[in-house]
Design a protein around this ligand. Structure first.
Ligand code: FEO
Ligand code: CA
Ligand code: CA
Ligand code: CA
Length: 661
């Protein structure tokens, strides 16, 4: 979602080059920009100024000797209505909303969509994309399962309801409830073309109506009991699934983010419930989508504990469609953006997750037990036992992971916590009491597979420094932060992800490079691309960071896109744009096949901001209702993305142009 409480981008917003009011850039430079970055920046600047450097920089705006995996011609920012990819690459649609992957195997026309048809069709607003090779455990890059999140719905684009989504009919709510959640779909590549496999035994939908298991500290807790789920051990449905993470044992941890937007009419009486509802934003008036007009479980006055079933990380097993998804309550309840796992140096499993709201926290969980590569069934319960932590960043570049354990520190009866269930259910409140650091909307968090540093995308926070709100600090260096930044963390002594201390520095401070408030890991800014609102991120196998954005239309009047930047070496910070998206959309996924020859991207909410019938710039087909879709990007010659071989054609063309022949 583009922004909490701001689903539609605001086309009246104007970007000014002096954006970032109240910037104290000198403070950033003195503070959390690493000496390593400055040193490298100096070296690169000296190189760029040399005759050789100037010659290199004329080819596609990038150094001729590209870092491994980043040998592509950066594209210019886009304002167009089509997908743009780097020269020498192609983008093809793999699957769209309404594509039936049951036995029918064809697209359901938008006007003919029913809840029954939606049950076996690809959902709306695709966000996370995970590629799981088939057969299980292989490194196949031609055959696998895609696990995809469907975050939310755009009723104003799915149905002819005008601009009042409260007018949706019960039948339209039924479609919507089947269009959110999670999809598993088998995909394969033949002759260079990706397609989905209708009728595969793996194809599955998990929706707002799917039955799930509650596990971990909150299972059976009084607040998990509803009229339907009297023992609090089960619950119905998942929605608001934003980003996610694949586990080393082949499941997906799907993160429930803006669940509060589905609930209305909260009328709590107990102090505990009232405190929680306030901190989590459960509305006393109408919900954002009006489902409570048709189903009591979204009417909190009638089913007060239903909101406690959401805001969790849900584990789904794409290889086992009969296994009921688990709400892993040990991982805490908040507006989870992502759930990224990493095996620690001692074999335990860590999960990182941010709470994506303004002034919210970064969390991690460290499992009690070790990952056992030979016991998949046992691994499936690793996320039930361990320690949840919340991050405290210090301005001197150090930081601590504060344990969220009932009975320790302030997490006691005096402060309203009676059990670990209370701690995980009200993790945000526990974070407040512990003194965690309020960040600028932490979105995706990923571990670099090469240097093992941890990267946190803070997408933006237009409220920072506003009256009554916390002002800029070294971790969140700009007031009215429109463009976001990326924090780079080193756990413990370097590769110990279970450590309780870390160091950190700013890696990117996004924006227009001409704005002095931007920072690209010390790289000369005249050579980099504009970027704003980093959201979903991933790494290629060389350790380069790839960034998908959400919000550049409102912050820069440019399409969102997909960018890449080296994290080490002389090109650290040299950011280039690889792809640009279509109007109204954000770019999600992103995911590479193991061999790096395909990048899967999710184009979420195309045409958002328009209404039914306003189809002039629709995507993928102008004149028709827009369809969120997964695209597959490949080099025209099939070589790995970013390889010299993939770039051979465009480099030859560029050089012949340069030499006048
Ligand atoms: Fe669903 Fe924070 O983006
Ligand atoms: Ca976002
Ligand atoms: Ca997001
Ligand atoms: Ca990611």
């Amino acid at each position: 979602m583009a922004d909490e409480k701001q689903m539609h981008y605001d086309s009246d917003e104007v970007v000014r080059s002096d954006d970032g009011v109240g910037v104290d850039f000198a403070r950033i430079v003195e503070g959390r920009i690493g000496r390593r970055g400055l040193l490298q920046g100096g070296i690169v600047a000296a190189f760029a100024a040399s005759p050789l450097g100037k010659a290199f920089s004329t080819v596609g705006g990038s150094a001729k000797v590209a870092p491994e995996g980043l040998d592509f011609v950066g594209i210019a920012p886009s304002t167009g209505s089509e997908i743009v990819v780097s020269a020498g690459y192609k983008s093809e649609i793999l699957i769209s909303w309404g594509d039936d992957f049951g036995q029918r195997g064809s697209a359901v026309p938008v006007a003919e969509m029913t809840a029954d048809k939606q049950k076996t069709a690809f959902g709306y607003n695709n966000d996370f994309v995970g590629f799981l090779p088939l057969p299980f455990g292989s490194e196949s890059s031609d055959h696998g399962l895609l696990g995809v999140n469907h975050e939310y719905i755009n009723p104003e684009l799915m149905f002819n309801v005008g601009d009042d989504v409260q007018k949706v009919t019960c039948e339209q709510v039924d479609v919507s409830m089947e269009a959110v959640g999670f999809s598993v779909v088998e995909v394969k590549r033949e002759n260079g073309k990706w397609s989905y496999v209708p009728g595969s035994k793996f194809n599955a939908r998990y929706t707002a109506n799917s039955e799930m298991v509650v596990s971990g500290p909150a299972e059976g807790d009084a607040r998990m009991r509803t009229s339907k789920h009297k023992n609090g051990l089960t619950c119905t449905g998942t929605f608001s699934n934003c980003s996610a993470g694949k586990t080393p044992w082949g499941t997906v941890l799907s993160a429930e983010e803006n669940f509060q937007s589905m609930f209305g009419r909260a009328a709590y009486t107990s102090d505990k419930d009232k405190r929680s509802a306030k901190r989590y934003g459960i509305a006393s008036g109408q919900s954002e989508y009006g489902w409570e007009n048709h189903y009591d479980r979204f009417d909190v006055s009638k089913e007060p504990n239903e909101p406690y079933h959401f805001g969790w990380v849900v584990e789904v097993d794409p290889f086992d469609p009969d296994w009921a998804p688990r709400k892993r309550t040990a991982l805490g309840r908040f507006r989870h953006e992502a759930a990224t796992t990493h095996v620690t140096s001692d074999g335990r499993v860590v999960m990182y997750s941010g709470c994506d709201s303004r002034f919210e926290y970064v969390y991690k969980f460290v499992s009690r037990d070790k990952f056992d590569p030979t016991d998949r069934i046992k691994n499936r319960d690793l996320m039930d036992h361990g320690t949840l932590y919340v991050a405290k960043y210090n301005e001197d570049g150090t930081g601590e992971w504060l344990p969220m354990v009932y009975g320790t520190g302030p997490l006691t009866k005096e402060n309203g916590f009676e059990s670990q269930a209370d701690v995980v259910i009200d993790a945000r409140i526990a974070g407040d009491l512990l003194g965690a650091t309020k960040m600028d909307r932490p979105e995706d968090i990923e571990v670099n597979p090469v240097n093992e540093r941890v990267y946190v995308a803070c997408t933006n926070n237009s409220d920072r420094g506003k009256e009554g709100k916390e002002g800029a600090n070294k971790m969140n260096p700009r007031n009215e932060n429109r463009h976001g930044h990326i924090v780079e963390m080193v756990e413990g002594s370097g590769r110990d992800h279970a450590a309780t201390t870390f160091t950190w520095e700013l890696f990117l401070v996004c924006g227009n490079p001409e704005d002095e408030a931007t920072y690209y890991a010390g790289y000369p800014k005249e050579k980099v691309s504009p970027i704003s609102c980093p959201d979903n991120i991933c790494f290629d196998r060389f350790g380069n960071l790839w960034i998908a954005t959400d919000g550049m239309e409102s912050s820069m009047k440019l399409r969102d896109g997909f960018f890449a930047v080296p994290t080490d070496g002389p090109d650290r910070g040299n950011l280039k744009q690889f792809m640009a998206s279509v109007p109204g959309s954000e770019v999600c996924g992103p995911e590479f096949t193991p061999d790096g020859t395909t990048a899967f991207l999710a184009i979420q909410h195309p045409s958002e901001g328009l209404l039914w019938g306003e189809w002039d710039e629709s995507w993928p087909e102008a004149g028709k209702p827009p369809k969120p879709s997964i695209i597959a990007i490949q080099a025209l010659n099939g070589a790995p993305i970013g390889s010299a071989e993939a770039n051979a054609v465009s480099r030859r063309d560029a050089l012949s142009g340069l030499l006048g022949r």
